[in-house]
Design a binder for this molecule. Structure first.
Ligand code: ATP
Ligand code: MG
Length: 648
């Protein structure tokens, strides 16, 4: 595969982190973690500054992770109150509605007033420190007020993405024993209303745990049912409460939030993050990875229902006093140029999005991008899946006009924030490489038997992390045993990420995909990401997903699901051309056995391809698809099964 590098542009010669500072700081973070983290902790405002830095054990019988244990702080105060003196009139949030005519800006002073009132409303309905509060909201500023209001009171929020079904919401209410729900009458995406309150009503009916109070934000004015005594309108309570609300002093290890993982691999887990370590990690990574500047307009396109939205719409940017843009809509509505229209309208400097969105926008061609002014952009980011080099180049050359570095950030819900990423002023870029570890992060590779692979030279294997970092999850909510089994039992003494990786001869890290997805073709290990990238590199292909299936001769065969660009239909010539393409890019060993053309792929609601389900379909095991509750569009599965049956 092409391994061309892109140099650090001159515009980043004065970046926060340069090649030299990266080396020095990384070295110090490993050699002198006490000193390094004591310094980094100072980026927060503490009520009591921490003297103890960390206390960690990954042992089976004594698994515990504690950072800044004797520190006391409040996350909400760090995101709002401490900025009031110097940034009171600075825009904290820019809200861009689904309907392009609707948008507004909220200053730090206004954010303070909204969040204090919201917190007082929660108190009024009975929310107390330590209570779990489920938030099921559209992408509107009130979602941020709700999260920060919980943090202000010391209540633990569990944000459940607005696209989830009543059953999925009910399961999450039960799992964390949530007495309260915050929602809105409706959400709007691509012009269509989403019945959030109705879904919450049905979820509460189905849940075993009794919900005592529901706070409802009026967004579209749709007719909704109201249960007397249980349901409350936000705009009505807002009139009854004070505009000042004291913040609860929290210990660093008090829980901040629970977030259920997106479910690409199985039953969602309640990932628990605590206050001090998470906030240090969120603020630090937002600052360094995005080379944060005071005048930046930072746009993370994720939903607040995912960890990316938690860390890089809310906690990271606001802790740094940044201007964070929040977008209610979808990338291609009302037209294929919506993203670029938003960039031009709000003079976005930093755009952070996912490969799934980049591939979808690339399908629409260059014209929708080029007709909008992108001169404000200085940095681009990617997160969520490996980015195919082809999509990377389009993002770099067409979107970023070749000027803007791309930070490909590898991390997980479990890790709180970035763990492996390029820093724009520190590293030359290789398209498709996650690049280098964040400060304090020690990635390592192990083989399937658990042997450590050498730290020198080119290596490929299972990605583990040696030691802890402040943003690491602390447990699976209510199931510490599952926490151990999932992450620490496979390779004892290390945190196992579940992902495979390659470190190249220059020390760059490449994520090869989930370990469960690795192909074994006649004894050769192949990452799904590599084959997919070879397919996507073909002019006609928009997206591809590759899985293995039992093959008499090779052990495993290569089964490729392929989506062509807008408006194209497959032919036998296309199929032959794609096989030839993979053979020439990777080698004969990687030649696809089956190409299954499909207009779309099954994805999680966060936009990730669900290879687990595709594998079952390829194997013909249609009744063993497992949990499909987190699929964005379940109909795709039926049509894939039908085609698979026809293919025999
Ligand atoms: P679940 O854990 O419930 O199966 P999930 O793993 O999709 O769901 P997330 O925590 O949102 O939930 O995603 C983390 C995973 O996404 C990583 O483990 C990795 O597989 C993939 N990923 C995220 N960012 C990148 C990236 N920049 N490059 C490659 N892979 C990435
Ligand atoms: Mg995961």
């Amino acid at each position: 595969m092409a391994n061309d590098t892109v140099k650090i542009p001159d515009s980043f010669s004065d970046a926060r982190i340069t090649p030299d500072t990266y080396r020095q700081m990384y070295e110090r973070s490993i050699q002198d973690p006490q000193g390094f983290w004591a310094d980094e902790a100072r980026r927060l405002d503490w009520i009591a500054a921490p003297a103890k830095i960390s206390d960690v054990s990954f042992d089976k019988d004594d698994l515990h992770i504690r950072w800044f244990e004797d520190g006391v702080l409040n996350a909400c105060v760090n995101c709002i109150d401490r900025h009031l003196e110097t940034r009171g009139n600075k825009t904290a949030l820019i809200w861009e509605g689904d309907n392009p005519a609707y948008h507004h800006a909220i200053t730090y002073r206004q954010l303070f007033n909204h969040v204090c009132r919201f917190a007082n409303e929660l108190k009024l309905i009975g929310v107390k420190k330590g209570d779990r509060v489920t938030i099921h909201m559209p992408m509107i500023p009130e979602a941020v007020y709700a999260m920060l209001a919980c943090a202000r009171l010391g209540a633990v929020h569990s944000v459940v993405f607005g696209g989830f079904s009543p059953d999925a919401i009910a399961g999450r209410i039960d799992d964390c024993g949530s007495d309260f729900v915050i929602t809105a009458d409706q959400g709007v995406r691509g012009g269509k209303g989403i019945p959030l309150k109705d879904n919450v009503d049905r979820a509460i009916e189905r849940a075993n745990h009794e919900v005592r109070g529901v706070l409802v934000v009026k967004h579209t004015g749709a007719q909704v049912d109201f249960v007397a005594g249980r349901d409350h309108w936000h705009h009505e309570l807002a009139l009854e409460v004070d505009a000042r609300c004291e913040a609860e002093p929290m210990k660093a290890e008090d829980p901040l939030f629970i977030l259920y993982t997106s479910g690409s691999t199985g039953k969602p887990k309640g990932v628990l993050h605590t206050t001090g370590g998470y906030m240090v990690w969120a603020a630090m990574t937002h600052d360094y990875t995005f080379d944060h500047r005071e005048e930046d307009v930072f746009w993370c396109t994720a939903d607040v229902g995912w960890v990316t939205g938690h860390t890089y719409i809310v906690y990271g940017p606001l802790a740094n006093g940044a201007t964070s843009l929040m977008f209610e809509g979808v990338p291609t509505w009302p037209g294929p140029d919506r993203f670029w229209r938003v960039v031009a309208k709000h003079r976005v400097t930093t755009l952070y999005t996912a490969p799934t969105a980049i591939r979808a926008l690339m399908r629409e061609g260059d014209e929708p991008v080029k007709k909008h002014d992108r001169s404000s952009l200085r940095l681009l980011g990617s997160v969520g899946e490996p980015i195919n080099p082809e999509a990377w180049r389009w993002y770099h050359e067409v979107v970023g006009e070749g000027r803007c570095p791309i930070v490909d950030t590898w991390w997980q819900t479990e890790t709180g924030g970035h763990l492996i990423t390029a820093l724009p002023g520190a590293h030359a870029l290789k398209p498709g490489a996650a690049s280098f570890p964040m400060f304090g992060i020690q990635p390592a590779l192990v083989d399937n038997e658990g042997n450590r692979l050498p730290d020198e030279g080119e290596q490929e294997g299972n990605l583990v992390l040696l030691g802890s970092w402040p943003g690491q999850m602390r447990t699976v909510y209510g199931d510490h045993q599952r926490f151990y089994e999932t992450y620490f039992a496979t390779y004892p003494g290390t945190y196992f990420t579940g992902d495979g990786a390659r470190r190249d001869a220059d020390g760059y890290w490449w994520i090869t995909g989930r370990v469960d997805d690795v192909l074994n073709i006649s004894g050769h290990r192949l990452g799904t990401a590599e084959v997919e990238s070879a397919l996507v590199a073909h002019d006609l292909v928009a997206e591809a997903a590759v899985v293995g299936y039992p093959h008499e001769v090779k052990g495993q065969g290569i089964y490729c699901y392929v989506t062509l660009n807008s408006g194209l239909v497959p032919t036998e010539e296309t199929e032959a051309a794609l096989k030839a393409q993979v053979r020439s890019e990777i080698g004969a060993i990687a030649t696809p056995d089956v190409i299954h053309f499909t207009p779309s792929l099954p994805k999680t609601r966060s936009g990730k391809i669900m290879r687990r389900i595709l594998r079952k379909i390829a194997e013909g095991e249609f009744d063993k698809l497992g949990d499909t509750s987190t699929l964005a569009d379940p109909d795709v599965v039926d049509s894939l099964i039908e085609t698979r049956r026809e293919m025999g």
